[in-house]
Design a protein. Structure first.
Lengths: 262, 279, 285
């Protein structure tokens, strides 16, 4: 079944530039010998908004983290913008990460510093180590950060401490942080799971619009089928140790809910 | 999606820049201050990297003479080790016994007189502020050599350290609990044993174990000033230039401390495990 | 996920009645051995009491001025030298702590399971820290004196080495306990390990680190005073000499100076720590 999917996936992607190419990816946790997924093949083309759909704990977050090597997969290859992420030396991984922005489920902001300082963390990849030790960001860095805050409409909050913001605002700061990197790829790990249901569509819409405007490719992991259908340009179901593309023809909401619903 | 014009962004940037500058200057001056004090300290202590590098030669020579560690007088080390643990054990136990009354007398919410509190606090501070080794030194001068002055020294020092911590914890108790226990008309003793003790037990236990471990560390060196324990063997070995033996002793000190740490941690877990569940 | 304790939950961790008796007996036996080994004797205590009172009594009143007993190495036995020695003690503590903080951070970055480059380095550095910390400052001082000679420089080295181990261990444990997510997010933006340290770890754990550094500084000041007794610099030597020449009054004045230094430092450090953490920091392990 994987071969057939591969054929169609390649067809769809060959018309656009390939951003991520995953082959034979497997990951097993050493502790308890738990295999999260095995032999996953996946190709993501430029401009796509891929959604990894699956139940919590099904492996989609792990798969996502393999892409920027926050998790080092046990076997297989992941090629992102020409860098092979699984085996590459740390230097190269770092450089590749500059182009990959990531947004997390629990926002992961540093509460006791300002919003602006949080966004500036996105610029660390462009800052020499010496300057970063003293926090001496360049003018361009601060301009980029402010620009990013402007995209998420939070410029007025730039000097506020992150801990004073609401959940939705925090996630927007996190998005600004990712944007400040001027990424070509955006990874989002369950970006709305910790938010009020009312904010889900707002944040996902914000992400989609920004990606569209800037030509950023995105891979998002979600467990809500309705959201996945609405905001993803292509769906990949992750469960039972495999990842399978869901064809537009198979977009039967109830069936998907049954298989992949949280 | 831009909501603000380029000019507004620029203006915001300059505002932010001056705010950032302020914090940066604050941090920078603290750093400079620390560097200055360090440099002054380096001068005062005749610290020099050159000396250190020269010292490395001597260090190599020393290691050459002191390795491999010799087991010549091992038969003397073992009893000294048990003596060391003994000193620590008794020193901690008596220290705890002494710390309780001191702590209660130093707590504002138990003793109403501010004068007594301050006076006892002063005593506690004095006991604690003077290092165990200095106390040992003094007690050796007072009663002679041997492990006994070591026990006394640890007792006094621990009474101070534990007493200080205990009294701070007691003062931190929710006054509501104090009232609730005082209401039915109980006396001081009842107040303490029923109202305060159950609250405090887990914290105190933790601290007592921590201080036992610290006491073992201290007990290993009390011998250096003649107060018994393995430190005595160590200083003798050094003074007689028997460096290989000294190395053995150092290794045994480290082993003792590590074993005690592990054992104490284990007992602590078992004890507190049931405590936490009971609470 | 937390179960409220019910009788069946509590049972496993409790001692069985038979075990209780056995443990009680072991504890009593341990204490008896301790008494025997340390030659401690309630009788001795009572007999020794008058001696102790006499000794401590002879130290009063403290003698602060006009010292005129000859010292071993011909130093003018003026009060100002004691003050200078006190200053030296302070400087030893400062420098020893500062050096230990710098190297402690470096070691901590290698010894924290979530940031260390590989397992071998992790275990190696952990053991190194253990070794440094397990050997008391006084023992280090004696070893360094044998290697490098007497003087405050040796004392600084001893303090630095011991505390590098202690701080390295503590810092690495704090790093291991911190929120993984923050480390992930800083790493994800392409930061180097140094950048992760300064922009992820320090902002999050900075105040905690500061509290511990202050606590250790207090501790080091007390230890620095002791190091002088074995010749590694500081005010300890003055105490040693005073006692050696039976100048108990001078000894008391030295002790008083030591106390004053300690109390001032404790109070100041306590104030700063309260501002940082918003409450007294309880140091456990």
């Amino acid at each position: 079944m994987n071969d057939q999917n591969n054929g169609r996936v390649d067809e769809a992607a060959s018309s656009a530039e390939t951003v991520i190419s995953i082959r034979n990816l497997s990951h097993t946790y050493k502790r308890g010998n738990l295999t999260v997924f095995e032999d996953v093949d996946l190709v993501v083309g430029k401009g796509e908004n891929l959604v990894l759909l699956g139940p919590s704990g099904g492996g989609k977050s792990t798969l996502l983290r393999c892409i920027n090597r926050l998790v080092k997969a046990t076997s297989g290859t992941i090629n992102v913008f020409g860098t092979e992420m699984v085996a590459a030396p740390f230097r190269k991984v770092r450089k590749a990460r500059r182009d990959i922005g990531m947004v997390f489920q629990s926002f992961n902001l540093i509460d006791r510093i300002s919003v602006l300082d949080n966004v500036l963390i996105g610029r660390l990849g462009y800052l020499s180590t010496a300057r970063s030790v003293f926090g001496l960001y360049q003018k361009e860095d601060i301009a980029e950060a402010m620009h990013a805050l402007d995209r998420v409409s939070l410029t007025d909050f730039s000097q506020q401490l992150a801990m004073n913001l609401s959940g939705g605002q925090r996630q927007r700061v996190a998005i600004a942080r990712a944007l400040a990197q001027r990424p070509k790829l955006l990874l989002a790990d369950e970006p709305v799971s910790n938010l009020d249901p009312l904010l889900e569509r707002e944040i996902l819409g914000l992400l989609r619009d920004i990606c569209r405007e800037d030509g950023i490719t995105s891979v998002t992991s979600l467990h809500d089928v309705a959201l996945a259908e609405e905001f993803g340009s292509r769906l990949v179901g992750v469960r039972d140790k495999t990842a399978t593309t869901i064809e537009p023809g198979e977009f039967n909401h109830d069936k998907l809910q049954e298989i992949y619903g949280a | 999606m831009a909501n603000t014009t380029i000019d507004q962004l620029d203006e915001l940037y300059y505002l932010r820049a001056s705010d950032r500058r302020k914090t940066q200057i604050k941090h920078a001056s603290i750093l400079v201050g620390i560097l200055a004090i360090s440099y002054w300290s380096a001068l005062g202590t005749e610290f020099s990297v050159a000396k250190f590098i020269n010292g490395l030669d001597n260090a190599y020579d020393f290691l050459d003479r002191s390795l491999p560690p010799s087991l010549e007088n091992a038969h003397r080390i073992l009893p000294r080790l048990t003596q060391t643990i003994g000193i620590a054990l008794l020193g901690t136990t008596f220290g705890i016994l002494l710390a309780f009354p001191l702590a209660f007398m130093a707590s504002r919410n138990i003793v109403k007189s501010a004068l007594i509190c301050q006076a006892v606090r002063l005593v506690i501070d004095a006991f604690r502020g003077i290092s165990e080794i200095v106390w040992a030194f003094l007690f050796v001068a007072a009663v002679g050599l041997g492990p006994f002055p070591g026990v006394m020294a640890l007792t006094i020092h621990n009474a101070g350290a534990l007493g200080k911590y205990f009294s701070e914890t007691i003062e931190g108790i929710d006054p509501g609990i104090m009232e609730a226990v005082a209401a039915p008309g109980s006396n001081q003793v009842k107040l303490i044993s029923r109202g305060i003790w159950p609250e405090l037990r887990p914290l105190f236990t933790n601290y007592m174990f921590y201080y036992f471990e610290a006491s073992v560390r201290a007990a290993t060196i009390l011998g250096v000033v003649g107060a018994g324990g393995i430190g005595l063997e160590f200083i003798l070995a050094i003074k007689h230039f028997k460096y290989p033996e000294a190395m053995t002793i150092v290794i045994s000190m480290w082993a003792l401390v590590t074993v005690v740490d592990r054992a104490s941690g284990y007992v602590r877990k078992r004890l507190l495990g049931s405590e936490l569940q009971r609470n | 996920m937390v179960n409220t304790p019910s009788p069946s939950n509590i049972a496993p961790a409790r001692w069985k009645p038979g075990q209780r008796g056995l443990i009680g007996a072991i504890i009593i036996a341990v204490y008896i051995i301790a008494f025997w080994q340390t030659e401690t004797d309630p009788v001795m205590l009572v007999l020794g009491l008058p001696d102790m009172v006499k000794f401590f009594g002879s130290m009063f009143p403290p003698h602060f001025f006009g010292w005129d007993q000859p010292y071993f190495y011909n130093k003018e036995s003026e009060f100002q030298y004691v003050l200078l020695a006190a200053l030296e003690t302070f400087q030893m503590a400062v420098l020893g702590t500062v050096i230990a903080v710098v190297f402690g951070f470096v070691l901590a970055m290698l010894a924290a399971r979530n940031i260390t480059p590989n397992v071998f380095i992790y275990h190696g550095v952990r053991t190194l820290c253990d070794g440094f910390r397990g050997i008391s400052e006084v023992v280090w001082a004696l070893l360094f004196v044998a290697m490098v000679g007497l003087g405050p420089f040796t004392g600084v080295l001893a303090l630095a080495v011991h505390n590098t181990g202690a701080l390295g261990k503590f810092f690495s444990e704090a790093i291991e306990a911190m929120d993984e997510g923050i480390l992930e997010s800083v790493e994800a933006s392409g930061a180097t390990r140094t950048q992760v340290f300064f922009h992820g770890i320090i902002p999050e754990l900075g105040t905690l680190f500061m509290s511990y550094i202050l606590y250790y500084f207090e501790h080091n000041l007390r230890q620095a005073m002791v190091l002088g007794i074995v010749g590694a610099g500081g005010i300890g030597i003055e105490l040693l000499l005073a006692m050696k020449y039976f100048n108990f009054n001078k000894a008391l004045s030295v002790i008083i100076i030591m106390l004053v230094m300690v109390v001032i430092t404790d109070r100041l450090s306590g104030m700063i720590r309260k501002r940082l953490v918003g409450g007294e920091l309880v140091v456990v392990t």
